[in-house]
Design a protein around this ligand. Structure first.
Ligand code: AMP
Ligand code: ZN
Ligand code: FE
Ligand code: FE
Length: 291
């Protein structure tokens, strides 16, 4: 069993990269990948013990690439996972453009704070990043703050009231688009993978294939077939799509620790299982990229 989609305290997860490694080992996983939102800052810690562990650790990232150009549904962002063949200075350097994304994120966060303060919600950016325990603050951290301070009862309510497009204090943030995201991953010798495709809510096969083809033309090499939100019939759908476009099938739970308490590492909501062979095939492609 493996899990190639994990979030840490470097984005909106609640375990440190070292804790994720220990957790994966305790579950007997063969491999894990760290895929924090738009940042690689946790990867040094993830790989610090690599080679001395009973489990492989794979450097990764999950890029937000804007709203889906097909559905234009403002609630459905395209997420692209990047997996990297090794962790050296050259690869890190080619990922430096991510610093821009972090700047755009911080600008967005400060704009949300200002907007909330305009509604007499006494939030400050400093307090928020302190309680979030990361300088890579995301909307889920805002949701937690709002709950703790009595402005919402649940994460869902906090999002609907304050944090989704159209809500009172929503602010957009700039990101790389799909083409730029795939190019960035490939430039770092990585493999670009479409994350949790079901979340795009593209229900017609013809539409999905059109969208997938456009990404494959831009250099997409994989699709996340196995993930927490996919039921068996979804898995069959995306396996079929992977085969049709000769894509690598990947999988992971999107574990966020206490931020998404119903998702367990390795198991998702209980029925997710990502086979070791998925890792072997991805690893083979990554090794090829080094030649
Ligand atoms: P951000 O990257 O800061 O814009 O926040 C995006 C994250 O917020 C996503 O990865 C989701 O985990 C979470 N999110 C987005 N929309 C919702 C929603 N309607 N309810 C709960 N969580 C959401
Ligand atoms: Zn997240
Ligand atoms: Fe995602
Ligand atoms: Fe994720």
């Amino acid at each position: 069993m493996i899990d190639l989609h994990l979030h840490s305290t470097f984005s909106d997860g609640t375990s440190t990269p070292s804790e994720l490694v220990a957790h994966g080992i305790s579950l007997g996983l063969r491999a894990v990948a760290l895929t924090d939102h738009d940042t690689i800052d946790g990867v040094d810690e993830l790989v610090s013990e690599a080679g001395r562990l009973s489990m492989d650790v794979l450097p990764g990232v999950e890029l937000s690439a804007g709203i889906c150009p097909l559905t234009k549904d403002h609630q459905q962002e395209v997420h692209i996972l990047g997996y990297f063949p090794k962790w050296d200075e050259e690869i890190k350097r080619s990922l430096e453009p991510l610093k821009k994304v972090q700047k755009w994120r911080e600008e967005r966060n400060r704009a949300i704070v200002e907007s909330m303060r305009g509604y007499h919600i006494p939030i400050t950016y400093e307090e928020l990043s302190q309680t979030a325990g990361t300088n890579n603050v995301g909307r889920p951290h805002f949701a937690n703050w709002l709950i703790e301070h009595g402005y919402a009862h649940s994460v869902g309510e906090a999002f609907q009231q304050f944090l989704v497009p159209g809500a009172m204090t929503f602010k957009d943030r700039k990101t790389f688009d799909i083409a730029e995201s795939i190019a960035l991953i490939r430039q770092a010798k990585g493999v670009a993978v479409l994350a949790h495709p079901k979340a795009l809510h593209i229900f017609s096969d013809a539409d999905f294939e059109k969208f997938l083809k456009s990404m494959v033309d831009l250099g997409l090499e994989g699709i996340e077939v196995y993930c927490s939100v996919h039921l068996p019939n979804d898995i069959r759908r995306y396996e079929r799509m992977a085969e049709k476009f000769s894509l690598i099938k990947t999988g992971g739970t999107d574990f966020h620790g206490k931020m998404k308490p119903d998702i367990r590492m390795g198991y998702g909501f209980g029925y997710t299982h990502v086979d070791d062979s998925v890792y072997d095939k991805l690893k083979a492609r990554l090794d090829q990229n080094l030649k």
